[in-house]
Ligand binder design. Sequence first.
Ligand code: FAD
Length: 508
Amino acid sequence: MAAQAQTDTATDYDVFIIGGGINGCGIARDAQGRGYRVAVAEMKDLGSGTSSWSTKLIHGGLRYLEHYEFRLVREALKERETLWAMAPHIIWPMRFVLPYHKDMRPAWLIRLGLFLYDYIGGRKKLPATKTLDLNVDLAGKSLDPKFDKAFEYSDCWVNDARLVLLNAQDAAKLGADVMVRTKVVAAERIGDRWSVTVQDVNSGATRTVSANMIVNAAGPWVDEVLATSMGRNTKNVLMVQGSHIVVAQKFEHDRAYFFQNGDGRIFFGIPYEENLTLIGTTDQDYDGDPSDVCISDAEIDYLCEGASAYFREPVKREDIVWTYSGVRPLYDDGASKAQEATRDYVLKRDDADGAALVNIFGGKITTYRKLAESMLEEIEDILGKRGARWTEGATLPGGDFPTDGFEAKVAELRSKYAFLDDELARRLVRLYGMAAFALMGDATDQADMGHHFGSDLYEREVRYQMDHEWSQTAEDVLWRRTKRGLRLSADQAKALDDWMSDALKAAA
Ligand code: FAD
């Protein structure tokens, strides 16, 4: 279809956000909630950039202590319990087992790091560090018997893709315009305002809106947006690739492992999606298109060898059921090595030539809410204050139940919908929290779940996602809103994609 330009005079925004990753959606929610008129444009699916390819930890980052990043670690540690309470369906505590390795960091250094970890971050509910005897603890059973001692500490796990989605949902509920598959193709300063041209990626149609200021939250694409939409060729982002492998379950407990490698790096072995183990990540410089990033042979070897040095049974290439890779958009602070670049976020304001632009570099999923608060300080400075801080303690959609209330919600869902089996009820509460009840709606028996797409995925859930979660393709459903992609065959995924495409056409 030929692109058609049109000016949409109705859409005058205070803040126009480029990028529907965790930072863009977190800022949209906070800003709209304080009374600004906000739009967020995402060129693909929400969370389809770096934000769904993380290690999925809400963590202080034990390793960053070695780089003296105390501000970041302290802020991140504090966020663990704040975020857990905001979304207990998609965030929960996890214990990490760090086997003591005599050829790596000395025990006194690990103890010191964990002592700081326990005490600088205002920990209230998460249990403290302890020492384990791996000869008797279940955590030792799956490890090489040469490891007989370990340290165990707390962090949290997050469903990263859904955290993005919940922020977008809440922003939209508050009145923000959330535009998916909408690419910003040009942005021009006209006096003290921005004229922003966006393109509907599905149809090719373009339209122009205006805004008082722009937030560039395009993650690894920040420099590309500056170059292609605003004609600025600068290099601010250090792109660092990180990859993960997923293998059949390596251990039978719900704790994760923190492993040290001979090169000074660390990586994790984490229980994943019922009966799998997630292993990662790597750290290597990247200079391609962030959309094309994929795991290299060298990274596969690195992770297999690293994990095999710890597990009793080696991790082999043929054990791998899935891999994924993402690009960290770190601030280029001149550090020579990928793993030494700061993980802290940097906000850079540019308003010398008129209307303000604020670019975001770096950051962590863990600190997205604090990053949004820092961005709101910039927004208030530029546009004037409209409302107070409000997101700490404000639950995300579906998260309005107690942090220890998961089992009770599963039981409640099963008692209301007796035909649901335990596994599916758990999956629904994990993904949707209280919204699982809205998803199930007036269903009274199995037939009301509708068409079966494979595994435990039914039409009712897919339709809910299409109506309430911006899902448009099988990939959105199978690899971001859920991870059912691990359970459906390629033919089943194709059939789902066809079905969704027909359903979208029918609704148009
Ligand atoms: P993104 O998620 O990349 O979002 C930017 C969005 O902008 C993209 O969706 C993109 O499609 C969109 N976009 C780009 N150009 C345009 C345009 N022209 N128009 C419209 N939209 C556009 N953090 C943690 O806290 N815990 C972890 O365990 C963790 N592990 C990690 C592991 C790896 C391997 C990696 C790579 C990162 C990890 N991180 C972790 C860091 C975290 O994932 C990132 O800092 C965070 O996701 C960055 O979010 P973002 O919103 O800035 O970028």
